[in-house]
Design a protein. Structure first.
Length: 142
């Protein structure tokens, strides 16, 4: 199963203040290396501060509205993510407990696969989605 690990933004990450966090970057680099060696990490990236972001709001009529960052409440923003390949959510939790975080809450969510929608969505749509995913981006383990 694949899980997404959502790391919340901090006030420092929203300010782009990384100079005071060199030790944390070193520790996270070592943790990432462990994840890669164990075959867990499929992807992982940090995100730029929300001042560089945009949101697109969709109305009931299908119209759109673009909202420029920065966005309020840094603790509600995603500051980075991983995508992990694990055997269970419990395994992901055990790996995450080893991460070098302090004073932070990190969210784990299972990534839905086409088979999660079986019986709810016509099979031809699921088959088309499966084919598209196989063609897009780097190949991934199932």
């Amino acid at each position: 199963m694949r899980v997404m690990v959502l790391v919340k933004a901090t006030e420092d990450s929203e300010r782009g203040n990384y100079a005071d966090h060199v030790e944390e970057f070193v520790a996270m680099g070592k943790f990432n290396e462990e994840l890669v060696k164990a075959g867990i990490m499929l992807a992982g990236e940090g995100l730029t501060p929300s001042v560089e972001g945009k949101r697109v709001a969709f109305g009931d009529d299908g119209g759109t509205r673009v909202i420029d960052g920065p966005f309020t409440e840094a603790k509600e923003l995603v500051g980075g993510f991983w995508i992990w390949q694990v055997s269970s959510l419990e395994e992901a939790v055990e790996w995450l407990k080893r991460a070098p975080f302090k004073s932070q809450t990190v969210e784990l969510r299972r990534i839905q696969e086409a088979e999660d929608f079986a019986g709810q969505v016509p099979q031809e749509i699921l088959d088309a989605e499966t084919r598209l995913r196989a063609q897009s981006g780097p190949q991934r383990a199932q």
